[in-house]
Design a protein around this ligand. Structure first.
Ligand SMILES: NC(=O)NCCC[C@H](N)C(=O)O
Length: 410
């Protein structure tokens, strides 16, 4: 039987993917919460859902099985039974700031009164104070949080399923994420892997779990081949987390090379996949804004060293580094926005570099990035563009919105 997670490249034919259909969580907040929730605007939900359905249908029409995070989560909890449901909720409440006490008890009673799917949807969508017939009487609630409308914040970034976990070979990393707005998200994937009949007891490797202080996010984790990963040193992924996962992979997997690529630490380029993606055996998108003079950028190729140590090779010629790691004579780095600084800046902001390869040379992109899309076509790629007016407001594109679970080997 094939493993329920099997990803040895960024480009092998996409057989199974996990998405999250945007729901109330993407509109259940006010403008003053946006920055903290890592959103730049509040999407118009019905259109965001239509666009997301268009994305999912596009994948299906191209032979990909589409699974949904929200459904897998509820199925996993139900498969685990009452004990797992309680344990999941306890962990979620603890991570939402309620390890015990009267508010914990009120929330627990409220959420356990629902069906499992409703409970999952409610946790994802956020719990407003006015939903419960309960007024907390502790000093913090009374003196500091009285006007704050939520007991539990919504999780609007859930539709970026790429980030809380990342498939690598026949396993995955379940990630400790950087900002509080996203940290609870990876608990869903942890629960799915432990209890969903499709994934539990299938010999999956968890290369690094979520119980860490150092941070890593899936948008930074790129599987370039069955031996080579690229991982961004970014706003969201720290160098020590990269060393940690590299050690684990070198010990227990076929991966023996991790290329750490340093990118600017800012909101527009929060992950490596917002500025760099692999789209064919020898083709990549790259945002020109990350390359310095002469196309240089800091990279460190990490390989197993002596006595379990890591060996580092610092180089700045990205093209040559990739050619060497992948054994290629040449490769095509295609600049976002055709290299025009205004267009590149605009289209990168709208995730023009964030392409999802569904087969070698076949990519799904946002239709709004028409200059980058045209250039990809000129470079021989098949570009399938999807609707993007509302989805793009969350600052993520087709790669961010998808977690591949199974890809065909090349
Ligand atoms: N892989 C990605 O680049 N994901 C996009 C995440 C966007 C989300 N608003 C965030 O800031 O985390």
């Amino acid at each position: 039987m094939t493993s329920p997670i099997h990803v040895n490249s960024e480009i092998g034919k996409l057989k199974t993917v996990m998405l999250k259909r945007p729901d109330v969580e993407v509109e259940n907040f006010t403008p003053d919460m946006m920055e903290r929730l890592l959103f730049d605007d509040i999407p118009y939900l019905p259109i965001a859902q239509q666009e997301h359905d268009n994305f999912a249908e596009t994948l299906r029409q191209n032979g990909t099985e589409v699974l949904y995070l929200e459904k897998l989560s509820a199925e996993a909890i139900d498969a685990g039974g009452e004990e797992v449901k309680h344990a999941f909720l306890e962990q979620m409440l603890t991570e939402s700031g309620y390890a015990m006490g009267a508010t914990h008890d009120a929330l627990s009673e409220y959420l356990l009164s629902m069906s499992t799917q409703d409970m999952v949807n409610k946790i994802m969508g956020g719990v407003r104070k006015n939903e419960l017939d309960f007024i907390p009487s502790d000093l913090v609630s009374a003196a500091e949080e009285e006007s704050y409308p939520f007991f539990m914040d919504p999780m609007p970034n859930l539709y970026f399923t790429r980030d809380p976990a990342a498939s690598i070979g026949d396993g995955l990393s379940i990630n400790h994420m950087t900002f509080a707005a996203r940290q609870r998200e990876s608990l869903f994937m942890e629960t799915i892997i432990k209890y969903h009949p499709r994934f539990a007891n299938q010999g999956l490797n968890v290369w690094r779990d979520r119980n860490h202080d150092t941070r890593i996010e899936g948008g930074d984790e790129l599987v370039l081949s069955d031996h080579v990963l690229a991982i961004g040193v970014s706003q969201r992924t720290s160098a020590n987390a990269i060393e940690d996962i590299a050690r684990n992979l070198f010990k227990d997997s076929n991966f023996d090379k991790v290329i750490a690529i340093s990118i600017p630490h800012n909101h527009a380029m929060m992950h490596l996949d917002t500025v760099f993606t692999m789209i064919n055996t020898d083709q990549f998108t790259v945002h020109p804004g990350i390359l310095g003079e002469g196309g240089h950028i800091d990279t460190w190729t990490i390989t197993p060293g002596k006595n379990g140590e890591l060996s580092l090779d610092h180089r700045t010629d990205l093209k040559q580094v990739l050619k060497d790691a992948l054994g290629l004579d040449d490769l095509d780095l295609i600049p976002t926005g055709a290299g025009d600084p205004i267009i590149a800046g605009r289209e990168q902001w709208n995730d023009g570099s964030n392409t999802l390869a569904i087969a070698p040379g076949v990519v799904v992109t946002y239709n709004r990035n028409y200059v980058s899309n045209e250039l990809l076509r000129k470079h021989g790629l098949k570009v399938i563009d999807v609707l993007s007016s509302e989805l793009s407001r969350g600052r993520g594109g087709p790669r961010c919105m998808s977690m591949p679970l199974v890809r065909e080997d090349l």
